[in-house]
Design a protein around this ligand. Structure first.
Ligand SMILES: [Zn+2]
Length: 178
């Protein structure tokens, strides 16, 4: 128990009074730690000194960031590939490389949640792309359409429409909608 006491971060905020109690360094309140429980110490910090707790968390994060090395980041990359069953070619994907570059130039970047991704970010990108394809298509002198129909296992009917057109001398655009 003694070693656990020393290592728990919560003890940065308290002085041990005796085996059963601890005194808060900020407001001098004495709290019970009977039975080795530190739950009420954490609760006290959360309720009475949230700013001090936040500051400590921020400092911990900063020192964690400073400790990052290329070796550590490589290791995390390999872990991500192995645990998520990603293809090794992920390191050759231009968009993934761009993401890594962008994140390195944006300290403090926070990843969006899955919900934000699905409800906000994906529809936004979709609208942007549809808009730009429409603009290009308006300029086409001719469009070639191909269709394909099928029924899914769940008995839903689908039709896919693919449009091909020449965008400029060199590129043929192909867009498909389902
Ligand atoms: Zn206190």
């Amino acid at each position: 128990m003694a070693s656990k006491r020393k290592h728990s971060k919560v003890w940065n905020f308290f002085d041990s009074v005796d085996e059963k109690s601890a005194k808060c360094k900020y407001c001098k309140t004495v709290l019970s730690v009977a039975g080795g429980s530190q739950g009420n110490l954490s609760r006290h910090l959360k309720n009475k000194h949230p700013a001090a707790l936040e500051e400590t968390k921020r400092q911990t994060n900063e020192s964690r960031q400073e400790a990052n090395t290329p070796e550590k980041i490589d290791r995390q990359l390999v872990r991500m590939i192995a645990k998520g069953h990603h293809a090794l070619r992920i390191v050759e994907e231009p968009d993934f490389k761009q993401l890594i570059d962008d994140v390195s130039n944006c300290p403090g970047y926070k990843m969006p949640t899955r919900k934000t991704l699905s409800n906000v970010l994906l529809p936004k990108l979709r609208d942007e792309i549809v808009g730009s394809v429409k603009e290009k298509m308006e300029l086409a002198s001719a469009v070639c359409l191909t269709t394909d129909c099928w029924t899914s296992l769940a008995n839903e009917s689908y039709i896919a429409v693919t449009a091909h057109f020449i965008e400029s001398e060199a590129t043929v655009m192909s867009c498909q909608c389902h």
